[in-house]
Design a protein around this ligand. Sequence first.
Ligand SMILES: Cc1cc2nc3c(=O)[nH]c(=O)nc-3n(C[C@H](O)[C@H](O)[C@H](O)COP(=O)(O)OP(=O)(O)OC[C@H]3O[C@@H](n4cnc5c(N)ncnc54)[C@H](O)[C@@H]3O)c2cc1C
Length: 388
Amino acid sequence: MIFDAIVVGLGAVGSAAIYQLSKQTPNVLGLDQFAPPHTLGSTHGDTRITRQAIGEGTHFIPLALRSYQIWRELEKQSAEPLLTITGGLFVGQQNSAVQTRNKTGWLNTTIQAAGQFGIPHRILDLPALRQEFSQFQFRPNDVGYYEPEAGFLQPERCVSVQLEQARKNGATVRTNERMLSFQSIEAGITIQTDRAVYHTRKLILTTGAWLTESLRGTPYADLLRVYRQVLYWFDIQNDYAQYTPDKMPVFIFSDRDVYGFPAVNGPDGGIKLATETYEHTTLPHAVDRTVSQIETQLMYDQFVAPVLRGISSACVKSAVCLYTMTPNGDFIIDQHPAYPDVLLASACSGHGFKHSAAVGQILAELALTGRTEFDTKPFQLASFSTFL
Ligand SMILES: Cc1cc2nc3c(=O)[nH]c(=O)nc-3n(C[C@H](O)[C@H](O)[C@H](O)COP(=O)(O)OP(=O)(O)OC[C@H]3O[C@@H](n4cnc5c(N)ncnc54)[C@H](O)[C@@H]3O)c2cc1C
């Protein structure tokens, strides 16, 4: 038997790919070494910000907009809530030179992109920020961009629902099965796992922080870097009602390198915030998953207390998660450099979840027809040649 396509890695991107494939043919297989959703990759921690004017670059906007449609389609099919609109408040100094995800001018690009793509938004000056958003502490030169259609996704639920829908459509989904190797055969690709051998016309690798293993021996072997990131939930001191999703937006303070969410786990569940750290690279099997008291206190002192009011230093919970970064924060969606029948995607760099549903569609289209309506040029491996 030969599958039309096999997807290896069923996190954010792979679950989207197998779901999209299964809409066209049931003759597809999805495999994961663990049982997604799990806490060992990049797709856990209750919430992910989604927004439409993408400060990381306007080439992402078609992916974000299409993903909004797919999340709503999945909600209808599953009757599970996946996307909550809270509005998004993005704050910084205009013309700031601070780098966000290896790109300068994140807030300016966001504002320009909103204008260019007709994305509803408001620009808020300091008095307006203070008046509308009393949960936050602003600095004298802060400017706010407010996007009413921004909000958060529930990543674990998005993965589960896409896998469930793929199964319903007839796809085969196998968990706790690890791909060990793959090789070209005359009519496609053979995969060896720790349980079986499979044949497929097309192989899609969406292995997240493990993708580097499949790029060994190619010019792109060192392109991706994996970084440990920590998510923190800090206790709300009082007036919980101010921090619920109907009152508080998702937020990114780009110059202060911190982002967060309203309280989604009840009065005792805390409020989730995170920063981004790029000091040391790690490997997915070797990452330190404990979070020390010292780093928790540092997070609170440097990133929480200066930005939010009414949040205590008591940490309700924390979680370690992995960023897989390209040098400029762009994604990879391309053919494997050595195997034309293998597609690969690294849609992370810390901002990939919101786009993952559309990336799944692109991968499915490329695997089954060799074509996609989306412009994938900015995501081709060749676009990284200056970094090699
Ligand atoms: C802390 C943090 C905060 C983030 N915040 C946001 C946000 O607010 N908004 C946003 O849009 N994005 C955000 N992101 C990014 C987003 O979560 C990621 O882009 C996305 O989850 C990446 O998904 P993935 O499918 O590439 O990887 P994963 O979900 O990790 O999936 C990879 C899968 O491959 C499997 N696998 C690997 N090797 C093998 C093998 N050999 N055989 C079988 N299976 C294998 C793994 O087990 C894993 O399940 C954040 C990421 C982190 C870590």
